[in-house]
Design a protein around this ligand. Structure first.
Ligand code: ZN
Length: 151
């Protein structure tokens, strides 16, 4: 099986059965994200215990890539500390935008997002949820994180 086929299968699987999809009661932060280029919308909710993301969920309407990316992201960052999740955001952002990015070693299933680099118009679909997460994690006040737009 070619690597690209493997990546496509991961994206399709996470679009069909998104993980951590739904609402989250008594979340510490709730952030809206919007990608006007494609029309992807999501709401990301998370709980922090000390500095660790103890739970995270998303809901909304988006294309297959935006849904799969959010599903993969929630799986990847749950249980991570704030700065670990932000470091992961930087790596994924590089993976999506930099042709010279180093191999996706250590990224696990998130490596599947590297396939999106071949479709520049879809990069914002994949990065929307990550920008939304970063906005929450960088916020001084979790209760009033401004909405994120990729434009
Ligand atoms: Zn999209």
């Amino acid at each position: 099986m070619e690597l690209n086929d493997l990546y496509r299968d991961v994206i399709l699987d996470h679009n069909r059965r998104p993980r951590n999809f739904g609402s989250l009661e008594s979340a510490d932060a709730s952030v809206e994200g919007f990608n006007p280029l494609c029309g992807d919308r999501l709401t990301l909710r998370l709980k922090l215990s000390d500095d660790t993301i103890s739970d995270i969920r998303f809901e909304g309407q988006g294309c297959a890539i935006s849904t799969a990316s959010a599903s993969l992201m929630t799986e990847a960052v749950k249980g991570k500390r704030r700065e670990e999740a932000l470091a992961l955001f930087e790596r994924v952002h590089q993976l999506l935008t930099d042709d010279a990015a180093p191999e996706a070693s250590g990224l696990g299933k998130l490596a599947a997002l590297s396939g999106v680099r071949e479709y520049p118009a879809r990069v914002k679909c994949a990065s929307l949820c990550w920008h939304t997460l970063a906005s929450a994690l960088k916020a001084a006040d979790l209760k009033s994180v401004p909405a994120v737009s990729t434009e």
